[in-house]
Design a protein around this ligand. Structure first.
Ligand code: MG
Length: 485
């Protein structure tokens, strides 16, 4: 500032001098307190000449503040799609910010990368720390099963960024944890020989798993006469004049029936299994086949003496009333949920009407980490069990671990890649094996707690796919998103 009046000029100079001396004094006293240490690569002599922002950085270097979260902005969203002998086909989503922090999530296995790419136009320029608000903006572009993959993958990547920005693990942002290790359950490969099948399950126990699942269903009866009526494998093809197939026909409409002989054959698998592995370990079942509620009731009742942990998806989740009838008809626990998008999308009704004993959301479909916790909390309030389905990469598996750690009555999280040797190598930063003795230690590092092993991701890129290539074509999509008028 220039003063025309000499007197005022002198006063201004004196004020400036005083101010400089005060600052020098305060720096000297600060250096004294710092004890002459050289910290953060800056010597004290060097610090005296440093800019104000460097001095602030110096003074606050032991404060857990990774960035300036209120200034964070989303700048980009890109995809690397992997598959092959490491994981079911999974697009990995990466969100970039203006402060160099990036976050990762998985679009659900088998889903399209475009489900996430579409959301880029709704996220650019937004602060990623407002996770719930952003979820509110994008949730209308998700749906059940694979269609939930884009919204869920983005939600996980946002939490990863928030955790890194505030320097805390994601579970901490959800209210803290109920456990230090999360219990995992695993599936196994199917065999038509009950003894061989039991041996494979025993191998899982020997690997340290404490909860199991087996696929048992009418496929195991293929070629055995007198076991299945209207079998999809019958010599005459019940679908020969239809535009659909058995696989694409919803359960009540196949009119498949399982005979007493068929039920006995299936129970033989459970009998051999239990006689080999005993009754101390929980064992669930999945993939029974497509048939109506009467067959489901017969099979659930026949299974009662084998004390299954649950029967999964034996009736499509949409048929709430039929699931309720089944649940009330048997003491075998009934479970569903891996294809439901959001608490309000189906879980609420299933839980409130007590139509199942256990819910089984997949965080990559359900809406991500926070929505999965909300489902778990709602189940808890109604006395319904809560476990998690998972079949994608290790990033979202660990995202699921954070949701599991932060939910009071969590049971088990599915590990679908036990036999994939490079699956754990897709990420770095986890100390030791991710799954050990059937448990995952909850990560304590900021965000989800791992980074991608880029060489490994490149190795398993789907042919023709690029490694997080720019996506400017998704920057702008014009539409009025308001859902009411
Ligand atoms: Mg399943």
């Amino acid at each position: 500032m220039i003063y025309k009046n000499k007197k005022l000029q002198n006063i201004f100079k004196d004020t400036q001098k005083e101010e400089k001396e005060k600052q020098a004094d305060s720096r000297r006293s600060f250096f004294k307190k710092a004890g002459g240490l050289t910290l953060g690569g800056l010597s004290l002599a060097g610090l005296a000449k440093a800019s104000v922002s460097e001095q602030v950085a110096y003074a606050s270097q032991n404060v857990n503040r990774y960035s300036a979260p209120s200034e964070l902005k989303i700048t980009d969203l890109r995809i690397a799609e992997i598959g092959g002998d490491v994981v079911f086909r999974t697009p990995i989503v990466r969100i970039y910010t203006n402060q160099g922090i990036i976050g990762h999530g998985d679009v659900r296995d088998g889903a399209a990368k475009e489900y996430a790419l579409f959301l880029k136009s709704r996220l650019l320029g937004e602060n990623p720390c407002n996770v719930e608000r952003l979820f509110g903006i994008i949730k209308q572009f998700g749906g059940h099963a694979r269609q939930g993959g884009g919204v869920s993958g983005v939600e996980m990547a946002l939490w990863d960024i928030v955790g890194k920005a505030y320097n805390v693990p994601v579970y901490q942002l959800l209210g803290g944890k109920y456990r230090d290790k999360v219990r995992v359950y695993c599936d196994t490969t199917i065999s038509r020989d009950p003894n061989e099948y039991a041996a494979r399950m025993q191998a899982r126990i020997d690997q340290g798993y404490t909860a199991l699942k087996m696929d048992i269903g009418i496929r195991l009866l293929e070629g055995i006469p007198g076991t299945v009526i209207n079998s999809p494998d019958a010599k005459y093809n019940p679908y020969q004049y239809d535009y659909s197939t058995y696989n694409k026909t919803m359960h009540p409409f196949t009119r498949v029936q399982v005979t007493d002989k068929g039920i006995d054959k299936l129970m033989e698998f459970l009998d051999v299994m239990r006689s080999k592995i005993g009754y101390d370990i929980p064992m669930g079942t999945d993939h029974w086949g497509h048939f109506g509620i009467n067959e489901a009731i017969k099979l659930a009742r026949a299974s009662e003496k084998y004390n299954l942990a649950y029967i999964e998806d034996i009736i499509p989740w949409q048929l709430t009333d039929q699931l309720r009838e089944l649940t009330q008809s048997t003491t075998t626990p009934i479970q569903t949920g891996e294809d439901i998008y959001m608490l309000q999308g189906g879980f609420e009704k299933l839980i409130e009407t007590r139509s199942v004993d256990i819910v089984h959301p997949d965080p990559n479909t359900a809406g991500g980490i926070l929505e999965t916790k909300k489902i778990g909390d709602f189940a808890t309030r109604h006395g319904i069990g809560f476990m998690q389905h998972h079949a994608a990469g290790p990033v979202s598996f660990l995202g699921a671990v954070h949701a599991a750690a932060a939910t009071e009555n969590f049971m088990w999280l599915e590990h679908h890649a036990v036999d994939k040797k490079d699956w754990e190598n897709l990420v770095t930063g986890f100390d030791g094996p991710i799954v050990k003795d059937g448990y995952v230690t909850v990560p304590e590092k900021p965000g989800i707690g791992v980074e991608l092993n880029e060489d490994m991701v490149k190795k398993y890129l789907i042919e023709g796919e690029k490694f997080f290539a720019p996506t400017p074509e998704w920057d702008k999509i014009r539409a009025n998103d308001r859902l009411w008028s």
